[in-house]
Unconditional design. Structure first.
Length: 398
């Protein structure tokens, strides 16, 4: 295992895509075992850490890479084509790396200093709360969907804050204060709930804590610039948006792998009642071309919108509402088009696709687990459309 990277080690010039491509065969070979054991294997985790991919979006001050949004998407695509669960865990952990830009520097080093450091978290149930006590908070509750938690070293918990007398502190806009609390995984009780149809290898378990004290230095208000210690372009992008384009990369990677697998199959498979290989079928020819157009254009549009967003983030912490709306269109469209391409590839492969030994059925299930997540919901188009029509959406964060 590598020593803790020095800030200059990852400061610039890292080809993250090349590192991901180098690991892809190892990840793909482990994919059946990842599915079977419902977690990323120790060997794949070690390889990811050796390539420092879990440090890709950490601040440079912590030995991280502060990769661009565009690099994140393309790394997610490469890894997801090899194994979707591994990509999902990696993308989730990259969002957790935002904590390194918001926490007090000493606390951030405690959490992310080890070379195999991984922070995991998930959304709270209604039972979650943090009660102010001295120089910190007393935390209790239950949280869900902690992807990658089986290899995590620290756990985060997003908590509504209460004063000791029950008063609820409010932000300037009137919302109750919510802080993200960090504590060692040993302080949490993990609950094995992850028996699911897709993304089985993410081990996205629930977790509970009971009366755990968290110092204020190990907590922060998400996306609040007043709490941000590292003010670079990456951390100016809201975390919800980060997860949107990271998970879009996962969806596009799955679809790319399925379309490529169909093209390879079409060269040799002769369907029942046919006299020639699938690739000689005019319907297949047309639909493969259309699928390629859907997936490639979705990728290009998302990257273009991210480049515009990145340019804005380098200049200013404020994003025009219209730009945020267009980026949300690009994210949702990428996931929607990827789903359509995956469904086409699965259907076109015929009975071949239902066998576990073939490269279709697990990816089909993984895709439909990915697109059940809120970032892929078609209701996102409605909110983005309101923005494009000059309206201000209510109760929704773009």
């Amino acid at each position: 295992m590598n020593d803790i990277p020095k800030p200059q080690d990852l400061a610039a010039g890292i080809d993250w895509l090349a590192r991901a491509r180098d690991l892809a065969p190892t990840i793909a070979a482990a994919s059946p075992r990842i599915e079977r054991e419902r977690q990323v294997t120790d060997e794949v985790m070690a390889a990811l850490h050796d390539a420092q991919l879990f440090r890709m979006t950490l601040p440079r001050s912590l030995g991280g890479g502060e990769a661009t949004a565009m690099e994140v998407v393309e790394v997610m695509e490469i890894v997801a084509a090899a194994d979707a669960s591994t990509a999902w865990c990696l993308g989730q952990a990259q969002g957790c790396c935002y904590a390194g830009a918001y926490l007090a520097p000493d606390a951030a080093l405690d959490i992310f200093g080890a070379p195999d450091a991984v922070l995991a978290w998930g959304p709270a149930s209604r039972k979650a709360k943090a009660v102010a006590e001295g120089d910190g908070y007393r935390v209790a509750g239950e949280w869900m969907f902690a992807s990658g938690s089986r290899h995590a070293t620290w756990i985060g918990a997003h908590c509504p804050v209460y004063e000791a007398d029950g008063v609820t502190p409010r932000e300037a806009g009137g919302r109750q204060v919510v802080r993200s609390m960090m504590f060692p995984k040993s302080d949490a009780t993990m609950v094995d709930v992850w028996h699911v149809m897709g993304l089985r290898g993410t081990g996205s378990d629930n977790y509970t804590v009971d009366n755990v004290f968290v110092p204020e230095s190990r907590s922060y208000r998400r996306d609040n610039p007043e709490d941000r210690h590292v003010d670079s372009a990456l951390y100016r992008i809201p975390l919800l948006t980060f997860y949107g384009f990271a998970f879009a990369g996962v969806a596009m990677g799955i679809a790319r792998a399925m379309l490529d697998a169909l093209i390879a199959l079409a060269a040799t498979k002769v369907a029942g009642g046919a006299s020639a290989a699938l690739r000689e079928n005019a319907v297949i020819q047309s639909k493969v071309a259309r699928a390629e157009g859907k997936l490639s254009s979705a990728h290009v549009y998302l990257i273009r919108m991210l480049e515009e967003t990145w340019e804005t983030a380098q200049r200013s912490p404020d994003f025009p509402l219209e730009q945020r709306g267009r980026l949300r269109v690009a994210i949702t469209n990428a996931m929607d088009q990827a789903r359509q391409v995956a469904e086409f590839a699965y259907n076109a492969a015929g009975a071949t696709a239902i066998f576990e030994s073939q490269p279709f059925e697990r990816r089909f299930r993984d895709m439909h687990a990915v697109t059940q997540q809120g970032q892929a919901h078609l209701s996102n188009y409605e909110v983005a459309g309101q923005v494009l029509l000059g309206l201000t959406p209510r109760g929704h964060r773009l």
